[in-house]
Design a protein around this ligand. Structure first.
Ligand code: ZN
Length: 224
């Protein structure tokens, strides 16, 4: 028997996963948020995640995943590696990409979910923002879903509410779900570890800001 009233959200405390958490809160009776501690450069990410879960009254679990950093040190975990400001032109992913990270996160979320007979796993990956991360693509998610089902003999359902929408539409969705201010002020997306509107200069901030400005402009023009 699968428990369809509950869902597990892979939750980093950033804009995308917080929007997914709001979405899940609307669609399920009970939501579990799972965050991963992989010794990320900014521990503040986990503090933000905790704070948001408290505010939304969501059961929060933090799993230790330091092994990932030991295997694949990268610019998101090591302060001596500078974060790429844009995707390299040779088609390889930017150095903020961590090999296997999303796959490992989804796998552990699935193990956690199955223990509770929960089939629905929600992740905020998106193919629309051209991050260059191969494990954010829809084809990977579909393949991972099949693999999980075969590996654990269980009918998982990986749900990606943001897969085909861009940052502007992600802001719009957060607003529709009543979480615009929460996402704007309490989430951490910035590679320099500054919450809310962030440093304004890193690739993550620029992407977030462009989407926000586009959304606010659209909103104003609709109301006038
Ligand atoms: Zn920034």
């Amino acid at each position: 028997m699968r428990n369809k009233d509950e869902a597990v959200v892979i939750f980093s405390g950033g804009q995308d996963s917080t929007t997914c958490l709001l979405w899940a809160k609307k669609n399920y009776k009970k939501v579990y948020a799972i965050s991963f501690d992989y010794n990320q450069r900014h521990k503040k990410e986990l503090d933000c995640a905790k704070e948001i879960c408290k505010e939304l009254n969501v059961e929060h679990h933090i799993l230790d995943m330091d092994l990932l950093n030991q295997l694949a040190p990268n610019s998101l975990t090591r302060t001596d590696i500078k974060v790429d400001t844009s995707a390299p032109t040779d088609g390889t992913p930017p150095n903020s990409f961590v090999d296997g990270r999303n796959m490992v996160f989804i796998l552990f979320a699935a193990i956690f979910a199955k223990q509770r007979k929960v089939s629905d796993i929600i992740t905020g990956v998106s193919q629309s923002d051209f991050s260059g991360y191969p494990d954010c693509r829809d084809v990977f998610i579909k393949s991972m879903n099949v693999t999980l089902n075969l590996a654990m003999e269980f009918e998982f359902n990986i749900i990606t509410p943001l897969m085909w929408i861009d940052k502007e539409e992600t802001w719009e969705l957060a607003d529709k779900l009543g979480g615009f201010e929460l996402v704007r002020n309490k989430t951490l997306t910035c590679y320099n570890g500054i919450e809310g509107d962030g440093c304004g200069n890193c690739p993550a901030c620029k992407l977030r800001k462009r989407g926000l400005e586009a959304y606010l402009e659209k909103k104003t023009s609709v109301h006038n």
